[in-house]
Design a binder for this molecule. Sequence first.
Ligand SMILES: [Fe+2]
Length: 383
Amino acid sequence: MSGPPVQSFSNPVRVVFGATALAGLPRAVGTRTCILITSTGMAGRGGLGPIEAALGTRIAATFTDVLPNPTIASCTKAFEALEGVEAELLVALGGGSVIDTAKALAAQRAQPPGSGWLAGHLRDGLPFPEPFVPPAIIAIPTTAGTGSEVTMWATIWDDESATKRSISHPSLYPEAALLDPMLTHSVPRTTTVPTAFDALSHAMEAIWNRAANPVSDALAMRAIHLIPRALPRVLEAPDDATAREALMSAALLAGLAISSTRTALAHSISYPLTAERGLPHGIACSLTLPELLRSVDRERPDRSRLIVEAMGSGSAEAAAQELTELFAIAGTGEMLRRHVPSTATLREIQGGYIAPGRAENFVLDVDQAWAAELLERAYSATR
Ligand SMILES: [Fe+2]
């Protein structure tokens, strides 16, 4: 990204939310033929059944081999498996990995046959073709986290260089997002926790962001209000419909907020932790939130105030402590230490924490040393 971030808001995704969201799928698909994309786990749990029944012969092919954290290699494999299939639409049923794979697949399918465009684009900046007309995407999220259903980008990991890469284009916004909170009830704790903290990170990153605007502020504040209240309830009672719905709506709102601001420093710092140590994305990007909140409060209290207000805390320090307490309730410290056992391991990380296109969105001017020191403080404070 070049130049200063733009403070504007627009989002073209048609959002349908609630218990009847999926009933609208046949009408949303219309007469188009589609490829259904999902994960092996979702296919194994019988999650495809209702969609196959609803769409019948409009499904030209089903791809069920999406693995967590899509890579250039896994997306290329999906593309090759579906190369001869004619379809105007991709229906993505799953978490962020599935929706991101669908976006990468849509982009690659808009290229001349047989080209290795995706790898060239992600590694060497090969441009999008003009015109760029990928197949449309209908996203049906099954986790409450990434917000990928309402953004125009996908995170694709580079298996050769162990780095995070991103594909982004306005034509990659899904055409529609159908969200039924019921789909998240069976999500295990090991996914619920990182995805909820990913959403919380999105919301806070939208607030301490140079591209923040009144719309993204309102969306993010509502998500910041909901997540700390709903997550402990979901962890205690995974079938609590009201709390699951709150988490899913918070993830959606946070996704809408970053669809205009993009993420910022917490995400930037997280990438080497995930690429080099395998730390789940949501744990990696939420780890620094309390320390970042303290830092923002010292120099930009006009921004930290929105987070304090949304959480209903007395001060930024109280809000930071409440976040650390929420991490302890959710057990993120244990997840963290499984991947990064000590500060010595932390210091072995090679990748930089100042990712272009992310770190400069942060409202403070910071550098690698500042970020590394903050990360170490955040690590030590996590119980
Ligand atoms: Fe994220």
